[in-house]
Design a protein around this ligand. Structure first.
Ligand code: 5GP
Length: 120
């Protein structure tokens, strides 16, 4: 899938739409999810134009990849999630119900999060 420059997170990165910033560095931005699913729900995104984790893993530099992991850690530290724990999740594509076509890692915490997936 080609990257869509008008997706909502691209617009947040350009400053066209506000966000509640949790962390920022040269390669990443982390901000509060607008519709939180847990007491802590932060999105961590690369500043580069990557549709999904697949796209990112195929094309991103080692510096960008390292920065994304470190940015998750910064969020975990800022939100005091190391103990008793947290969950990270990145939806990719239709089966995962990815809504925004710019790679984002969800960081959830602040309560017991229950089983990983709802059984159907
Ligand atoms: P996905 O389903 O693609 O994994 O997750 C997209 C996430 O982006 C959702 O949790 C949704 O609440 C969040 N989101 C959508 N639009 C906005 C927005 O304009 N600002 C923020 N902060 N989050 C958004």
């Amino acid at each position: 899938m080609a990257y869509d420059d008008n997706n909502i997170f691209a617009r947040i990165l350009r400053g066209e739409i506000p966000c509640k910033k949790v962390h920022e560095d040269a390669h990443t931005l982390a901000f509060e999810d607008i519709n939180p699913q847990a007491p802590v729900h932060v999105l961590v995104i690369p500043k580069g134009k990557y549709v999904s984790m697949t796209d990112f893993a195929e094309k991103a530099s080692d510096a960008e990849m390292g920065a994304l992991n470190r940015a998750v850690l910064k969020v975990v530290e800022a939100k005091e999630l190391k103990e008793p724990g947290y969950r990270i999740l990145a939806n990719a594509g239709a089966n995962a119900h990815q809504e925004v076509p710019h790679l984002h890692i969800h960081v959830f915490g602040g309560r017991a999060l229950g089983p990983m997936l709802v059984k159907k």
